[in-house]
Design a protein around this ligand. Structure first.
Ligand code: TRP
Length: 338
């Protein structure tokens, strides 16, 4: 069976761009494959420097995926920090990762370029965590004999580095590590935010999936529109409200709204109210599950710990292969208990 794996970095409250671009497609993929999905909390440590915030964001991400339908019996769902094998493999892989490859990794390179442009020391404020980020990600992936990795286009380079590292290792030791492939959604990967730019926490233009209705309404009301009057005909494909509505509307409703845009007679205010009601109805049942999970973090911990125990069974086996290949202490694979 093909294995799929992806990591979710807990750096912000999940929004509908995350839902449409990552959560929904990954849950569909999990239906047909052996899936391992995890919270990349140690990746977030490169930017989140407050314990309470990191803990809370990790719970938010876990509760969001579960509330949206992730079945933790089927999918191995865990926190990266609960799988210590990851960090041992990170070291081993770092011994096969060309420094030049990491010099060219986009996040590090962008930080250096910004420093140079500002006339500062190239490595000002750059940590080894930022530099090694792609190696930790390679360890996440290679530790589980992963075949496919669903990620956004911005992660493609990291997948290439992962393959390069695995190939460099295999070149020395034979066929030990499985080479993964990125699965990148075509076309519609970017969801429009409130201001018409890509929906992103860094632009403060998001609609949070599980905002309470009042806050959800407030976010929807902030959507930027042009100044056409209700009577003016409008282009639905140039409208930020429609850009979000089309993902959630029933086909019939969408068709009649489209007509109203084109023919005139549609007020943006009323359209925002329609979008609010549609989103509110779409997410109400999941929001209830989300709130229940967030109110019971012991249960979240129990689910994630169970996932970690299953993950570690696989991890121990792969790491055993690696140790045996390189000639360090060989650990026997832990027997599968379930
Ligand atoms: N770097 C990814 C991101 O920022 C998160 C991530 C960490 C990841 N480890 C991974 C994704 C392993 C896929 C596989 O989105």
């Amino acid at each position: 069976m093909t294995t799929v794996l992806t990591g979710i970095k807990p750096t912000g409250t999940p929004h509908i761009g995350n839902y449409l671009g990552a959560i929904k497609p990954a849950l569909a993929l999990a239906e047909a494959h052996d899936a391992r999905y995890f919270i990349a909390d140690y990746h977030a440590l490169t930017t989140v420097r407050d314990a309470a915030t990191l803990r809370d964001l990790s719970y938010q991400v876990a509760a969001t995926w579960l509330a949206c339908g992730l079945d933790p019996e089927r999918v191995i769902f865990y926190r990266q920090s609960d799988v210590p094998e990851t960090f041992e493999l990170t070291w081993v892989l770092s011994c096969f990762a060309g420094k030049g490859w990491l010099n060219r990794a986009h996040a590090y390179k962008a930080a250096v370029d910004a420093n140079v442009a500002a006339g500062m020391d190239p490595d000002d404020g750059v940590t080894m965590g930022l530099f090694n980020y792609p190696v930790l990600m390679a360890a996440d992936i290679l530790l589980f004999d992963t075949d496919r990795v669903p990620v956004g286009r911005d992660q493609q380079q990291h997948l290439e580095i992962t393959r390069d590292i695995a190939a460099a290792f295999n070149h020395v030791y034979g066929d030990v590590l499985r080479l993964p492939e990125a699965v990148i959604p075509e076309g519609e990967a970017t969801i429009t935010g409130l201001d018409g730019r890509k929906m992103s926490k860094s632009y403060d233009n998001t609609i949070n999936i599980f905002a309470p209705p009042k806050q959800l309404r407030k976010q929807v009301m902030r959507i930027v529109t042009d100044s056409r009057t209700p009577d003016d005909p409008k282009d639905p494909d140039a409208c930020n409200i429609y850009a979000i509505y089309r993902y959630f509307a029933e086909p019939d409703a969408l068709a009649s709204v489209r007509e109203a845009y084109l023919n005139g007679g549609l007020a943006y205010g009323a359209m925002k109210q329609t979008l609010f009601e549609t989103l509110d109805a779409a997410f109400a049942p999941a929001r209830e599950r989300y709130n229940a999970l967030m109110a019971d973090t012991d249960r979240l911990d129990a689910i994630l710990m169970d996932g970690a125990a299953r993950a570690r069974t696989i991890a121990a086996e792969v790491l055993g292969r690696v140790r045996s290949a390189v000639g360090t202490a060989f650990t026997h694979p832990v027997e599968r208990t379930s």
